[in-house]
Design a binder for this molecule. Structure first.
Ligand code: GTP
Ligand code: MG
Ligand code: ZN
Length: 316
């Protein structure tokens, strides 16, 4: 039988079949051995992830056994956090968030937690480098008092991204999200408390995900969603809720890759005097010149430099 993995709880893989049954499966032991031989730099927990299409054998008791490792069209991953014991000195693994993704909704909120463009840029680079299309959601628009936050809406729209301003409270922007997700598989990522689960609940009442609070003292969410979960909305529309993580950083990118994903910087970098220009201290740097002239927004330049810095720190 065949189905799509909707959630994973320790060693149990819940697989949604075409006739909408949810079958609890385990992995055939030999699959782990096979992976060992391949020596893939993946975490073992990522052999099968949410969004994977798997084949399984059905047992008499209604449970199943996954027989072979799934093939993926693509997958969204990030740099795994340091894990004691398996992260060698300075080295970090790749952690898969979900497989077979069309759209990565990069969710930020205006307030509670406060908008942070560097976090957003990291999510966008992560999404694009995994060959998924990023879509930006700026949530909690009901909390906007003045119009000043349209600055970010305009900035990212000008860069060519689809940006949707939403409120899970007033319903603003929700219809637009509903239209975009039709016929696609979409994953929602973003810091804890930005409102990922709240937005999903607005898309379809059957989703009914638990929604958390945002602590007043820290202005941060309380990690309400703990595992990724896929929902089937109709025949070929799937949405995936994920837990808010502290960091979402792209995995395995070089400085050149990062430059490529900051489109406006990549465009101008060709005009720098030195082709090894790092756009920090070199003379006749076109990027710095464009930042000074306010053609490249300072926030994007700074965000770019910070992301490149994190690379340098890891390469020792
Ligand atoms: N004012 C306002 N509050 C919102 C909105 N969306 C969500 N919230 C509130 O923000 C808090 C966090 O919402 P969640 O949906 O749990 O956030 P999340 O992104 O799923 O968080 P994690 O599961 O922890 O990653 C809840 O108290 C929601 O009621 C919104 O558009 N406006
Ligand atoms: Mg949540
Ligand atoms: Zn330069």
């Amino acid at each position: 039988m065949r189905g799509i993995v909707s959630r994973i709880e320790s060693k149990d893989y819940y697989v949604l079949t075409e006739d909408n049954r949810e079958i609890r499966c385990v992995l055939r032991g030999k699959l782990k051995l096979e992976a060992e031989w391949k020596k893939e730099k993946l975490l073992y927990t990522d052999l099968v992830v949410v969004g994977d299409y798997v084949e399984f054998e059905l047992n008499e008791d209604g449970t199943g056994v996954i027989e072979k490792l799934p093939e993926r069209r693509n997958y969204l991953s990030r740099k795994a956090p340091y894990i004691k014991g398996i992260s060698e000195k300075g080295k970090r693994f790749e952690q898969i968030i979900a497989a077979n993704i069309d759209y990565t909704f990069c969710v930020v909120s205006i307030e509670k937690p406060k908008f942070n463009n560097r976090v957003l840029d990291r999510m966008i680079v992560t999404a694009e480098s995994c060959e998924t299309t990023p879509i930006i959601i700026i949530n909690k628009y009901d909390l906007v008092k003045k119009k000043k936050h349209d600055y970010w809406y305009e900035l990212y729209t000008t860069l060519g991204y689809k940006v949707i301003r939403t409120s899970a409270v007033t319903g603003q922007g929700i219809d637009e999200v509903k239209q975009i997700i039709q016929g696609k598989t979409s994953v929602f990522i973003g810091h804890s408390g930005v409102g990922k689960s709240s937005i999903l609940n607005q898309l379809d009442p059957r989703i009914n995900q638990k929604v958390g609070e945002v602590s007043e003292a820290w202005n941060k969410g309380k990690h309400t969603t703990v595992t990724a979960r896929l929902f089937k909305l109709n025949e070929n529309t799937f949405v995936i809720d994920t837990p808010g993580v502290r960091e979402i950083e792209p995995y395995g990118l070089t400085r050149e890759d990062i430059t490529h994903y900051f489109k406006e910087i990549a465009l101008v970098a060709k005009k720098c005097k030195f082709n090894t220009c790092t756009h920090t201290h070199e003379p006749e740097c076109a990027v710095k010149e464009y930042v000074e002239k306010e053609i490249i927004p300072y926030e994007r330049y700074e965000s770019y430099l910070r992301l490149v810095e994190t690379l340098d720190e890891e390469k020792f």
